[in-house]
Unconditional design. Sequence first.
Lengths: 568, 568, 283, 283
Amino acid sequence: MEKLDLNVVIAGEAGQGLVTLSQILTKTLVRAGYYIVVTQSYQSRIRGGHNSYALRISHREVVAPTEALDLLVALDQNSINLYLPELSDHGFILVDEKVSSTVHSRVIRAPLADLADDKFSNSTALGMVASLLGLHKDSVTRTLREFFDKHAPGTSDHNAESLAAGYDWILNYPVKFPKLHPSTLPEGRLTLNGNEAIALGSISAGMKFFAFYPMTPATSIATTLAGHAAQMEFVIEQAEDEISAVNMAVGASFTGAPAMVATSGGGFALMTETVSLAGMTETPVVIVVAQRPGPSTGLPTRTEQSDLEFVLHSGHGEFPRAIFTPGDVEQCFHLTIKAFQVAQKYNTPVFLLTDQFLADSYRSVGPFDLGQLSPLNPCLDSCVSANPHLTYLLTESGISPRIFPGMASQCVRASSSSELVIADSDEHTQDGHLTEDLSVRISMVEKRLRKIDGLKSEVVGPEFIGTAGPETLFVSWGSSRGSVIEAADILAGRGRSVATLNFLQVWPLIPENFVSILEAAKDVVAVEGNATGQFARLIRRETGFHIKKVIHRFDGLPITPKYILDRI
Amino acid sequence: MEKLDLNVVIAGEAGQGLVTLSQILTKTLVRAGYYIVVTQSYQSRIRGGHNSYALRISHREVVAPTEALDLLVALDQNSINLYLPELSDHGFILVDEKVSSTVHSRVIRAPLADLADDKFSNSTALGMVASLLGLHKDSVTRTLREFFDKHAPGTSDHNAESLAAGYDWILNYPVKFPKLHPSTLPEGRLTLNGNEAIALGSISAGMKFFAFYPMTPATSIATTLAGHAAQMEFVIEQAEDEISAVNMAVGASFTGAPAMVATSGGGFALMTETVSLAGMTETPVVIVVAQRPGPSTGLPTRTEQSDLEFVLHSGHGEFPRAIFTPGDVEQCFHLTIKAFQVAQKYNTPVFLLTDQFLADSYRSVGPFDLGQLSPLNPCLDSCVSANPHLTYLLTESGISPRIFPGMASQCVRASSSSELVIADSDEHTQDGHLTEDLSVRISMVEKRLRKIDGLKSEVVGPEFIGTAGPETLFVSWGSSRGSVIEAADILAGRGRSVATLNFLQVWPLIPENFVSILEAAKDVVAVEGNATGQFARLIRRETGFHIKKVIHRFDGLPITPKYILDRI
Amino acid sequence: MVNIAEYGDYETAWCPGCGNHSILLALKNALVATGLEPYNVLFISGIGQAAKAPHYLNSNLFNGLHGRSLPVATGAKLSNTELTVIVESGDGCNYGEGGNHFLAAIRRNLNITLIVHDNQVYGLTKGQASPTSEQGFVTKNQPEGVFSQPFNPVEIAVAMNASFVARGFSGKPDHLSTLIQSAIQHRGFSLVDVLQPCVSFNKVNTFGWYNQRCYIIEDDYDSTNRDMALRKASEWGDRIPLGIIYQNRRSVFEDRFPFLGNGPLAKSPVEVDRVSQLFDCYR
Amino acid sequence: MVNIAEYGDYETAWCPGCGNHSILLALKNALVATGLEPYNVLFISGIGQAAKAPHYLNSNLFNGLHGRSLPVATGAKLSNTELTVIVESGDGCNYGEGGNHFLAAIRRNLNITLIVHDNQVYGLTKGQASPTSEQGFVTKNQPEGVFSQPFNPVEIAVAMNASFVARGFSGKPDHLSTLIQSAIQHRGFSLVDVLQPCVSFNKVNTFGWYNQRCYIIEDDYDSTNRDMALRKASEWGDRIPLGIIYQNRRSVFEDRFPFLGNGPLAKSPVEVDRVSQLFDCYR
Ligand SMILES: Cc1ncc(C[n+]2csc(CCOP(=O)(O)OP(=O)(O)O)c2C)c(N)n1
Ligand SMILES: Cc1ncc(C[n+]2csc(CCOP(=O)(O)OP(=O)(O)O)c2C)c(N)n1
Ligand code: SF4
Ligand code: SF4
Ligand SMILES: [Mg+2]
Ligand SMILES: [Mg+2]
């Protein structure tokens, strides 16, 4: 028996080693050429409670999470109680016989302690899963060894032995578990989650300064970057608070280092004054906002898409900005690069808006074409605008040429006082000094807002998938993309005329890019991870097009294809 | 010669006593039964520069500032240079002969030093103005004496003598200055600016706690309140920063004191995390945002209406709120009271959105009917919801009954542990404890958002003035109201079919209240003190109605009738 | 008489072996010893592992934002001075995100108690450095170790003349309990910085590490002597003093508002008569 | 050789008689004395009267937000360690709104200089109390006088082992100029708290008030002795010491990033080769 895709869930308490087991399995699968979609579900605690790691696997591209349950690795009894009712017909639950006494035809109570040292029982279980899935013992062993050599040197052999014991035990166990279809994907793909892709994207873009204050689900961007900072020679600093983090980034950017910060809703709230500062001083900065359910502390480890309007209008006063909303891990990488380029070109704050689901969701990502990469080189573009230099030279595009303090064009050392850089948060004259001349005010407002035209010319338009003029058109932004696409596929399979329109950038919006698509559809359905339909409202505001049906989700879990289909 | 209204401008450097002179004059006029509209224009400095205080006076109601210049009291030469070209045909400039050597038929160079002690020359000038305007010497002298008795005891006599000398000198001076029409207004009216009206409104509403961090143009709310705190027995505290100010207010409100904060854009940005906290913990708090031109520090002492979208979407996550936008000083008073009532009833943050023009604009305000006043009495409404008390009891309205820590229903001292109050910024169960139960999450989101229905039932609808189905309909919000009304009046006088629709509350919006009015007009013109037409966008988002013409102003000055007429 | 059962017994979300468990117990014992009824006590906390503590107590609670518990407590106490207000949160909350409020609270000197669970790390967010982490402390986010000099809250509190400054250790819960009791009873702003092992993320400052170094200050120590206190407060390293490091009788902030003596603000609504008088100033 | 003219001569928006004028002059003289070219210096300021100072100098400037100049300076310095970074702002900016950054900056110890124009009042917003205002100080917003205990920045800086701590007085501009010079030349975080009369809003701490009390520290004072420094730093009242109160040779934050020695970050863009290697970790 073969299945097109399988959903494996590893569940248990925090602190039981669930993530280690899962990650080795994930990497093995990616290396074996499978597509995956990972959904991590955890609580705001370090030990205990209930966590799960769901791993959807297929040889065909999969883009969305699923509720299906083909194999549960239960690390505690609670997980069995929770998931047993959800088990699919051909599904199994794997559990240590010491952990659970549940007797059920679909529960495999494995004698882990008999097979190997109890300390390594997760590796034994991993061996069993690998065996059930039909993975090569060698490949999973190699990944496991690599992992433990790095993280717990000296334990590799024991873990590998346990793995082998588990693997072999399953071979003799009388179950008919569906096998994965052999994969045909070429090697060399990466295992990345959204946050790692953003971290790698930022480095690839040419970031030289990153500051942060820890906040779930953004923290792992910092953690990933911290691991590469020394080697890549960029500065990373944990600030005393978010206000400091973003002001540090502004300071670094002002002196020439492409800079980024990453946070979540509450931390971002503290940054909003400085968003406005960046807009006014025309200092580029990339701000990642990884959403989680609010208001306030909300559900700090869960997912939601409810900060779109907040981010779009953050900061007092009026100034240009761009907001990218990657729909998958690969887009996280590419749009981070784009965000840096746009910020640097238009000297303004640019946002990446993601969420916990995407931040933590591992995928198999095709190798990036690094040949195409041209990291920012601020010096190349830096140029003195006048004599003396005018920070806010009035131009047609609204973009004023920049130099950095202490440096003249092309980062040659400054050698005269006509190469000074003066920036001001007050309204200012072209030379950067504060002014109360109200006619200058008008020209400066207009100058800044003129940059919107340029920003529009750079817009990453929405992605349309499906037949033109469909009966049903799903509109998504950000991480709902995958589920919308799969839901549409399923409906199309059932003979429905259906398409999706997925926004990878929600600001600026260019109505001409998509209104005709909206109008051509019979029913337009927005799918958003929030309670009020923020993006649908925005579309109406910008285009007049009223999306009357919105599928909302706000229980902290990612939108799935089934969630959509149940509501259509 | 009589004029229906006169515009007097007192101008000079900061620190020249311009405000004292102006305020005595203002109060005298109000006491004499005149309507006034004051426009204060000042710079971000304490001495020097150029400030002005424009005082429009009429026996008929006036609601808007004007550019007309009938009398300039120039305290420096610079003011003469600036204003001479603007002088109306019958206008005059009054200046100390020692200050200016400008010779011009319309410049009255007064020998102030000859008439009285130089130290009191502003009072001498004041006497001249009073005399020119035809005010009674006694009434202006009384107001002047009151002022100096309070602020500079011992100087009253000298000031009064100087005033008299100036007054008498003008009587013999050969000018034909238009006289004010005698006023018929009853006595007992108040001289108030927007900030004072908010301060008095808050006290009248029953406020018991106010925290602030100084920020122009909001500071004078604090200053006004500070002057009354001891007498009225409420707590006022200057916090270490805005974050602290608003968290103090939340703490005070949680324990039962109706609470308010006041700030401007940048300071408000720092409060946004706590706006969301108030939304989540369902703690009432009134937040005054007095707008000034942004982004960032911008023009810190000028006016603008560019924080509407920011305030509307401030705070991460989704929760109910209301935003009041008083159009004049009287509305500042009444809507502050309303803001407290709504906040207290729906346990959520409520905003008052004003701007520098309105904050500093003195008006003659009819005596309030304090018989109608019923200040909040939190104890009367406080009531235990269940046994034990549930902070977040699920109700149909979404409103959960409150008690305060240490107190049971009606503020009787708590006497058992079933009268505890537990509030949480995390998602929580009804008892207030944090939860990760995702089904509870759904019910709590829905509970909070249900309060929007109640908020809608309380909405202060927009004010429609003019003939139904006009050719031109002006839409305003906040302080642009007066100018829009006057512009419409002028156009109506010219035979145009015109009306105005003025929003005193911009959130929630109830389309049924006004869409038909918009649709009935041939041309709809929004008038907004910003560059992007934020309210017009909001209307489109909420109703689909697209206001295509927006008159913007963003040079830091208030919108005037002339500004509108020039652009129609 | 209150008994400990009234403060409840809850399952916690803390790791087994975490110092927080003992702090919670010490706190409950202190509350019982001071005879405080749960409904007369108001806890204010921020966000973090420490900040969860009051959820495991049967009492009034406002669990607000990370770093902002002191301002909330300030507003709450001023609005009802009859409440015993206790702020309970972590080192990150109070000395990191909330550092500015810590300074301001000491300067104000309200009669409130601040208990800081000081595990020298950010626990809930999985082990980043905190302001009290030592130089060289290695974490996933600080792989080269911490660069900044650690913040010594006790020393700074003394230098700022905080009204009551104490240090406890979760490994000495009885001693800690008496410290908390004294802090609550002290009239003025009271800081109890509690050393607390985080078994999951702080593998340097472990129970053993603290236990070896911590000693209870000699009986003859004079905690009212500021010079001595400054010296004592600066001790950190091989020997770490526990106990009341410093106390004084500074006047209390809420006393400056005489009308607060009349009871909670909620109970004295504004009187219309007084409002009318006010308006006369504007006529 | 730089001469003072290169730093320009601007009209200011300050009141006549304000202490800021002398501070500006002292600063210019210090810059000239240290031989710094205007284009190698970067000023960072916040919002307030003090924060305007760098607008009246011909130099690089980032005039940011009220209270946030230290974080901006941190980012700027780390991105280009060749710059001489000077933060110039008021007491409200640095000890009020920005208090948390003040603590963090001392702990980090970057080689930057912080000059605080300390007029014990909020000048630009028209005379509210600042963290350094004395108890009882009456303002329109504090009509009953200030309740909180004043913040002594010099004392706290010493208690936190700040690398260089000095106090100057605008009334002694030559002395102040040498202090600023030493601060700039000191490698590490340097604080110069400058007492400055605000003629418009501080009628208590006037020029005369300061002048009467301020004295220049004895020649034989050892500013490297922390105990002595703590005592000296706590002096305030009838006698107020001016001079370098404390200094030490703590290691400097930016040295912990060895690659910063290669010059400004802007000049070493990311190399594609190195990026490719990175990706291998994720295969
Ligand atoms: C504004 C904001 N920033 C960041 C966070 C994320 N956060 C939650 S707890 C925490 C650290 C907690 O450390 P500490 O206060 O020491 O408590 P502990 O968990 O160690 O007890 C952080 C950074 C947050 N909730 N809010
Ligand atoms: C976030 C924010 N809050 C408040 C203000 C208003 N503000 C401008 S200057 C200032 C006080 C300045 O005092 P200080 O730093 O002592 O400088 P001084 O004017 O006395 O030199 C304040 C509160 C602001 N600009 N930004
Ligand atoms: S992570 Fe640390 S502080 Fe948090 S519960 Fe576990 S041991 Fe305690
Ligand atoms: S207000 Fe004070 S600090 Fe500001 S310029 Fe005037 S005297 Fe100086
Ligand atoms: Mg901690
Ligand atoms: Mg000051």
